[in-house]
Design a protein around this ligand. Structure first.
Ligand code: G4P
Length: 525
């Protein structure tokens, strides 16, 4: 197969959802439908450590580097699908955000009873940075939930995206018995729950057919009325609007019962975008280019102290990779022969033989690779759009042995380069403040400082609510701002000036007081 047809087959995406909406269950379903049965148990196993952080550490240690469920590749409908894991429970971290900068589309899972929840709002904000196209799956239709129309309204108003229902539930809760496929005017009635006996399912051509009356009885008229209302009040699917992130096609179903998922996947395979181009500092790189290029969006360390290796997750942006290929590590200006990249074929775990634009490579290294690094076949490229995100949780580091201060600093800088945490050093004192978006990140940092740098530390509460990266129009304003706000300014791991706000009101007031200063929520790495 030619390079261009291999690339055109790829679909690289992630699932965004609030914890418990059904992401793990849906992932298992997708893997099963892609024939990657072995993998399904693994997704669950990883999640079992989600509640207790200490259990999670144990789990990571036992499993060694837990890359298995970080990227799952499977085939569906003639497409090669890469599903990138977005840790969501206790293991929620900046990696979750950054993974969303490495996908071409996202699938949003919403619980019909809960509607739009807080985590989904945050993840959606990240998707918007690159106007990522989003499909929506409204899950748990087998349970009594809210009115589907109301939930779509909520998606539109809270997430500021138009909804185009692609399917509509035939009955809800205990009476959920099928979906009406708006896109091809077919009623799909399930033979039973769970929907594993699909050969027995019924497909009826036309909502207004006599067959529909025969199958649904009195409910047929009710369903027709409801759809008239829905279609009058919502949008039709429009491919262009979907691809530009302005409209989300919406599917209804039940992940645990395997209902409504075929419709979702069929349309995903049909409409989700193939690998997209990406901006580099000097030019835009197209996924159709033959020459290899890729960027690192995540680093995973081995939690086992006897193995100091790390895996860098590299999204291939263009070209083709085969084992042993020499790649240019642009930041280090060094060529590296990559012999030990991992594959993520969900049913196997071999060493990678070949990979194409859209695929993810797992490259073993000992700390030579950082988040944001670009690899090429020689060109001096630097991809953009792999940022740091403003942390939401902060802790002051307290060193148990003051003589280890140097080792602490070295450890924290390396860990921040790997994206495990962010470090802020206030201008007016010698504190080290760690920032994170997920609480477990602090435990991971403490664990790794001890295991890898022999530094024991504790964390204290610190009155910082959020951080924003500062950009000044000129040096004079910078000087004046720093003079008046010294106690709330810090330097991050890359020495960038950051406003560390004690609370959101303070941030708001400062922004209003300094209209010419930019307060950014992300910083390019
Ligand atoms: P998450 O990864 O988004 O956090 O969610 P997960 O798939 O673990 O699902 C959260 C809970 O919701 C699980 O129940 C799961 O079984 C249930 N669930 C998922 N899809 C459906 C559905 O379509 N209908 C119904 N009724 N429930 C669904 P749990 O009791 O928390 O976990 P478990 O003991 O079943 O593992």
């Amino acid at each position: 197969m030619s390079l261009s047809s291999e690339v055109a087959k790829r679909r690289t995406f992630a699932i965004i959802s609030h914890p418990d909406a059904g992401k793990t269950t849906l992932t298992e379903r997708l893997l099963l439908s892609g024939g990657a049965i072995q993998m399904a148990g693994n997704v669950k196993a990883r999640k079992s450590g989600r509640h207790a952080t200490s259990d999670w550490m144990e789990l990571e240690k036992q499993r060694g580097i837990s890359v298995t469920s970080s990227v799952m590749q499977f085939e569906y409908g003639g497409k090669m699908i890469n599903l990138l894991d977005t840790p969501g429970h206790a293991d929620f971290s900046e990696d979750t955000y950054r993974t969303l900068t490495a996908v071409d589309s996202a699938l949003m899972v919403i619980d019909i009873a809960k509607g739009v929840e807080e985590r989904t709002i945050k993840l959606m904000d990240v998707c918007r940075l690159r106007t990522t196209p989003i499909m929506t799956f409204v899950n748990k239709m087998d349970r009594e939930g809210r009115d589907p129309i109301e939930v779509m309204d909520e998606v539109e108003s809270v997430l500021d995206i138009l909804c185009a229902p692609m399917t509509w539930p035939v009955g809800t809760g205990k009476l959920f018995r099928g979906v009406y496929r708006i896109y091809d005017d077919t009623i799909h009635l399930f033979a039973g729950r769970p929907g594993n006996d699909k050969e027995k399912d019924t497909f009826i051509d036309g909502l207004h057919s006599a067959e529909a009356d025969a199958a649904l009885g009195g409910y047929a008229a009710e369903l027709r009325d409801e759809l008239e209302l829905v279609q009058g009040a919502s949008n039709e699917f429009d491919l262009e609007f979907y691809l530009s992130g302005e409209l989300t096609p919406v599917f209804f179903g039940s992940a645990i019962n395997n209902l409504g998922i075929d419709e979702l996947m069929e349309n995903f395979a049909r409409y989700a975008p193939p690998p997209q181009g990406r901006a580099a500092q000097t030019r835009e790189v197209s996924s159709a280019e033959e020459s290899f290029s890729g960027f690192v969006f995540k680093i995973q360390a081995n939690m086992d102290p006897s193995h100091h290796d790390r895996i860098a997750f590299m999204r291939i942006t263009s070209g083709h990779f085969e084992k042993g290929k020499k790649l240019r590590h642009v930041r280090l200006k060094r060529d590296m022969a990559i012999n030990n990249a991992s594959t993520f074929m969900a049913s196997r775990r071999d060493q990678i033989e070949e990979a194409y634009a859209g695929d993810i490579l797992g490259v073993h290294n000992h700390g030579t690779i950082q988040i944001g690094d670009t690899f090429t076949e020689g060109e001096e490229l630097k991809f953009t759009g792999i940022p740091n995100f403003a942390p939401e949780l902060f802790r002051r580091v307290r060193l148990r042995d003051p003589l280890r201060a140097k080792a602490l600093q070295k450890g924290l800088i390396q860990l921040s380069e790997e994206g495990a945490t962010q470090v802020f050093r206030p201008l007016n004192n010698n504190d080290m403040i760690l920032g994170a978006v997920g609480i477990l990140q602090f435990d991971v940092v403490a664990h790794r400082l001890k295991a890898e740098y022999n530094v024991e530390c504790a964390f204290d509460a610190v009155p910082v609510a959020t951080a924003r990266w500062l950009h000044f129009p000129d040096a004079k304003m910078e000087e004046e701002f720093l003079r008046k706000n010294e106690s709330n300014v810090a330097r991050d791991g890359a020495d960038s000036l950051t406003y560390v706000a004690p609370n959101m009101v303070n941030l708001q007031l400062t922004i209003e007081r300094w209209p010419d200063v930019e307060f950014r929520k992300t910083r390019e790495i």
